[in-house]
Design a protein around this ligand. Structure first.
Ligand code: HEM
Length: 437
């Protein structure tokens, strides 16, 4: 090892350089680095002009995301995200980020989420109608497609309420559906997606003309005022934030729900446990957050799915100034890849890490041992603002569908591969056979 900052060590790593941007299989490469070198690996990246450290150690994750977070900005790949999302809360830094976060966060607090449970429940009941039709016909269900459309519907209705219909064209087509139809997240997609910003702006202007303030997310963002200077967010940022919430709220939740159902199809005993506890739900009367809390098996299954298949499988950060990370000294400019996939399967922190064992998340279970070994929603000030929203949506979907249906993978269906791009998704659509329970 080489001496670095203040005589501290540099992590071990291979002597040959590596350009992660050009790698086809970044996840496989990080897995091999972990096996060969351990949970903090230094990789020389000459094209970046600084080293990249691949990190999957909870104490260092805590230092980077929480205790010394001010020393770390978002890192590699953020320029690409900025092309898609503009300068909203996901990509901004410093005072601008803090201001936007303060204004957006109230829209995701408990009381606000309660207001979205009805539309989440309606989306789950609509999904149940589709599943019923498939059960009756015996045709297998394209789970990936159904989940993608359903989660898109939830986030769009939460954002635009009854105005969603007004955003559709004369033929009733929803322009935001391209988010679900188009799997690519390249420049072409970014151009098409950014064009939707003008539709959002038209809606904002119409609401202002009509002096309407519905309690949907758009309404809450339009009403938000900075607690320091009392000013609203500028229109350009308002549009960026809306587009950010569409992307951040849709693809992650869709991936997580798809993996959850895939795992339930392989572990029907857990489906039956969820079914038993879901009998207490009365969707026709409305579901509240207090009704979700007792659903222990549902919560454990969702958390275990997020451990095994975290949609955000890699968080990138860049060191602003030198810092001490455990026994290592990180020089300024170093790229840090916090590999959530490896962290969630680290054998020092998880027993039999590849096994599906939701009971890990029972009260006092092994998941409680090391707080920063499970971070599907990140941690610290930049953790996911939509965590409560996503968990409520997923719990309602899973519980209401498990109540009425058995699921299995079609015979001969091969295990899906992993597509580790912005999010971790199955590399092809997952199909299910559904039957009435
Ligand atoms: C299972 C579903 C979800 C997962 C796994 C997830 C995961 C994450 C993660 C890991 C981050 C931090 C990324 C980083 O620091 O590099 C994040 C940030 C964020 N998420 Fe989520 N998310 C989910 C659902 C949602 C939903 C439903 C919304 C909103 C409707 C949302 C909105 C956001 C926003 C706005 C940020 C940026 C926060 C900031 O930088 O201050 N997410 N999410």
């Amino acid at each position: 090892m080489t001496a670095a900052v203040d005589g501290a060590l540099l992590p071990p790593g291979p002597s040959e350089p590596c350009d992660f941007d050009r790698l086809e299989d970044r996840l496989g490469c990080m897995r091999r680095l972990f096996e060969d070198w351990g949970d903090v690996v230094r990789v020389r990246s000459p094209q970046r002009g600084a080293d990249t450290w691949v990190i999957s150690r909870p104490d260092l994750v805590k230092r980077i995301l929480v205790s010394n977070h001010r020393n770390y900005t978002k890192g590699a790949g953020i320029e690409r995200v900025r092309v898609l999302l503009g300068n909203g809360i996901m990509t901004s830094e410093g005072e601008l980020w803090r201001r936007q976060r303060r204004m957006i966060q109230p829209a995701f607090q408990r009381g606000a989420i309660e207001g979205f449970l009805r539309l989440m429940t309606d989306a789950a009941l609509a999904a149940a109608d589709q599943w019923r039709a498939h059960a009756a016909s015996g045709r297998s269900l394209n789970l990936s497609r159904q989940v993608s459309l359903s989660t898109l519907d939830v986030v769009l209705r939460a954002l635009f309420g009854d105005d969603l219909e007004r955003l559709c064209d004369a033929a009733g087509a929803n322009p935001f559906e391209l988010v679900s139809e188009d799997r690519a997240r390249d420049l072409q997609f970014a151009v098409k997606f950014r064009a939707l910003g003008s539709r959002v702006m038209e809606l904002v202007e119409r609401r202002r003309r009509e002096d309407r303030h519905p309690p949907d997310l758009l309404g809450l963002l339009m009403q938000a005022r900075d607690r320091g200077d009392g000013r609203p967010m500028p229109d350009r940022l308002l549009v960026d934030e809306v587009l950010t919430l569409v992307v951040a709220g849709h693809e992650t939740t869709a991936a997580a729900l798809t993996w959850t159902w895939y795992l339930l199809a392989r572990h029907p005993q857990w489906l039956r446990r969820i079914r038993a506890e879901a009998q207490a739900l009365r969707p026709e009367r409305g579901i509240g957050l207090d009704d979700l809390r007792p659903l222990a098996a549902t919560g454990q299954v969702i958390r275990e799915a997020l451990r095994l298949y975290p949609p955000g499988w890699l968080y990138t950060r860049r060191a602003v100034a030198a810092d001490r990370l455990g026994e290592y000294g990180v020089p300024p400019g170093t790229d840090l890849f916090l590999c959530v996939w490896l962290l969630h399967r680290h054998p020092d922190y998880w027993d039999d890490p590849g096994a599906f064992r939701p009971e890990r998340f029972a009260d006092g279970g092994e998941a409680a041992r090391q707080r920063y070994a499970w971070i599907p929603f990140s941690a610290g000030p930049r953790h996911c603002v939509g965590e409560g929203f996503a968990l409520a949506e997923m719990s309602i979907q899973v519980a209401l569908l498990a109540r009425d249906f058995d699921v299995e993978l079609p015979p001969g269906e091969a295990e899906p591969g992993l597509e580790a791009d912005v999010n971790l998704r199955p590399d092809r659509d997952i199909h299910l056979r559904v039957r009435h329970a």
